[in-house]
Design a protein around this ligand. Structure first.
Ligand SMILES: Nc1ncnc2c1ncn2[C@@H]1O[C@H](COP(=O)(O)OP(=O)(O)OP(=O)(O)O)[C@@H](O)[C@H]1O
Length: 621
């Protein structure tokens, strides 16, 4: 039980201390942002109060004019921010202020390099929030009372930002949170009307609540516009204001990559202000990741992370939707079954795809950055969003035999197709090096036909969901018989048929030797440099997919590969000459094993392979 004034000294989590230290060092050159962060929190606290009051208006305690106050005391060298928002109870203070409890904290700590410039970027991305106060203050006192609790339930938290903090229960007349920064001796330049006005204007003009400064002469002045940014006409909003608003809603430190702002009128009425971040958040692959955007109903904040407003594959989009069509008491459950919300989500997706189309067409550098950060998530869209599949497919970028980076679109590929080529060729592999050196590419190199190199795990699913693009079917170069259609002339086809006959006895005998390890053995002309390769049947899942599924612990139907031999390769000719002799079985197995290794597979019996290899080397020498 807590008694009034119960004082405790508690230690920060280890991570909190480390992050704090790093933050103070790395953000020092940009120290004024602490004001933005504290104002942003105060504004969120007001939003939360407004929302909770919808179902319990007593929470306003006869004080419904929500505001943020800034005042300072030159003699005491203190700067104070006060809000009459939701406030916190003791437990909430310990949980929210005493820890940096975020998903991704561990990943974040691991990603630190020790290089200050690099880490400064990362810390901004991670989110600095309340702790940025310690950039300029050597002591911070936070006094707060949660709306609806009696005045004896106030809490005072105090810390010098080193190892620990104290927390005590105090009487607190006013609901909300007051934060006093005891500024370091060299940070007193903030104790100045002009300086405060300038910084607030720069970073926090978009804040919907009035920010009231008590000036040196004791008079008060509202120093921001205090109207919701998204309700202002686009022509009156500067890029900088859009950027600062983004930082507030996204808790990001860097400006966004792009935004879209639109008002929809007619049957439904709503405003969209959506942003594409520059960088993927740390928790993008975390199941618990933040997802969705802020929902407002007629400018009243309703909820954060309204995941119904964005499909999963656009979970990195931040921003707000303000609608006139929902009741103020709308809940997450209602959102799940709302036709209005479905329509807004569909419209959001269209808007974001529109922005991406535009970046891809007109701002290549930005699009490349986007793809690097979010490409793998966008690929989920091909699987998830059948309505927009073709549009998303056009936004995909791949590595190919002409590009080591993921920069080739299907349209680029099609534009470079050879005369007579009617398929989009690709290969899937575990990594780029394996894809590039795959024997399956040899004939394509020889004929100068581009092949897409797909090395992300999700690519297998993307391809099987797409099947074709713009009427051109997607063809794995490692599946089925090689059919280059009109890319081959009649004489080539003729000589291939003749070779298949000439090698029939060999292929039959290799098949007899390998038995159950292979489905079939045949002659191929897809190889120029390698003696052999494995392919899978058209309807089977393929080696790469099989390995992915196995490593994910899934039961995989066993499919036997087809062994193809290169009739012009000296080793194959050597094996042909060995027919009927002692070493023939060793040679046959060797061909199979090396083909398996070349495609990134694993041998069932590696020691047996080495023994055979050594035996053959010795026999040759
Ligand atoms: N003025 C305030 N009133 C009420 N609660 C607050 C206030 N300031 C902070 N909090 C609480 O403390 C939490 C932590 O704040 P902090 O600024 O460190 O992180 P954040 O705002 O959640 O995220 P970020 O660090 O990305 O900005 C907030 O989520 C909120 O619950």
């Amino acid at each position: 039980m807590t008694t009034a004034s119960q004082t405790e000294t508690l230690g920060f989590q280890t991570e909190t201390q480390q992050i704090l230290k790093l933050m103070i060092h790395s953000l020092y050159s940009n120290k004024e942002i602490f004001l933005r962060e504290l104002i942003s929190n105060a504004s969120d606290a007001a939003d939360k109060l407004r929302f909770e009051s919808l179902s319990d208006s007593a929470l306003y305690e006869n004080d419904s004019e929500l505001k943020i106050h800034i005042s300072y005391d030159k003699d005491a060298k203190t700067l104070t921010l006060r809000d009459n928002g939701i406030g916190m109870n003791r437990e909430e203070v310990i949980r929210n202020i005493g820890t940096i409890a975020k998903s991704g904290t561990k990943e974040f700590m691991q990603s630190l390099t020790g290089d200050q410039a690099k880490d400064a970027n990362l810390i901004g991305q991670f989110g600095v929030g309340f702790y940025s106060a310690f950039i300029v203050a050597d002591k911070v006192t936070l006094t707060t009372r949660r709306a609806g609790l009696g005045k004896e339930h106030g809490v005072r938290w105090e810390s010098a930002g080193e190892g620990d903090y104290t927390i005590a229960n105090v009487e607190c007349e006013q609901r909300g949170t007051e934060i006093t920064l005891h500024l370091r001796d060299d940070e007193t330049s903030f104790l100045n009307d002009w300086q405060l006005r300038t910084v607030v204007k720069k970073y926090s003009d978009h804040i919907t609540l009035p920010i009231v400064l008590t000036k040196e002469d004791g008079t008060e002045e509202t120093i921001n516009q205090a109207s919701a940014l998204w309700t202002r006409p686009k022509s009156e909003i500067t890029q900088e204001q859009y950027d600062e608003f983004y930082k507030h809603v996204a808790h990001d430190f860097e400006p966004p990559l792009a935004h879209v702002h639109a008002r929809v009128e007619g049957k439904q009425e709503y405003t969209q202000l959506l942003y594409i971040p520059q960088r993927a958040p740390f928790d993008m692959w975390d199941r618990e990741a933040r997802h969705g955007i802020k929902l407002y109903v007629r400018r009243v904040f309703i909820m954060d992370d309204a995941e119904q407003l964005m499909p999963n594959y656009m979970r990195f989009i931040r921003g707000i939707i303000d609608t006139a069509d929902l009741p103020l008491n709308v809940s997450r459950e209602i959102l799940q079954h709302s036709k209005d919300i479905d329509n807004i989500r569909a419209a959001n997706v269209k808007k974001i795809l529109g922005v991406l189309d535009d970046l891809a067409a007109n701002q290549a550098e930005k699009y490349t950055k986007f793809w690097g950060e979010f490409g793998n998530v966008m690929k989920e869209g091909v699987i998830e969003d059948t309505n927009n599949r073709d549009r998303i497919a056009a936004l995909l970028r791949f590595a190919s035999t002409t590009s080591d980076t993921q920069a080739v679109s299907f349209n680029d590929y099609i534009a470079r197709m050879k005369e007579g080529q009617d398929k989009i060729y690709f290969i899937t592999a575990d990594n780029l090096a394996a894809a590039k050196s795959s024997p399956h590419l040899e004939i394509f190199r020889k004929k100068d036909i581009e092949v897409l190199l797909l090395t992300d795990r999700i690519d297998e699913w993307v391809i099987s969901n797409l099947q074709e693009f713009a009427g051109k079917s997607l063809q794995s170069v490692a599946k089925g018989g090689l059919d280059l259609g009109t890319l081959e002339d009649e004489t080539e086809k003729q000589s291939q048929a003749e070779e298949a006959d000439a090698f029939r006895e060999l292929t039959d005998q290799v098949k007899a030797t390998l038995g159950e390890r292979v489905k079939e053995v045949r002659i191929t002309h897809r190889l120029t440099d390698s003696p052999a390769c494995l392919v899978s049947d058209t309807n089977e899942i393929g080696g790469n997919m099989e390995r992915i599924l196995k490593s994910a612990g899934q039961a995989v139907p066993t499919s036997k590969p087809i062994l193809e031999l290169n009739p012009t390769h000296p080793i194959v000719l050597k094996v042909k000459a060995e027919m009927g002799k002692d070493k023939f079985a060793d040679w046959s197995n060797l061909l199979f094993d090396q083909a398996m290794l070349a495609e990134g597979g694993q041998l069932e019996n590696p020691a047996g392979f080495v023994q055979r290899l050594n035996g053959l080397i010795l026999a040759l020498s």
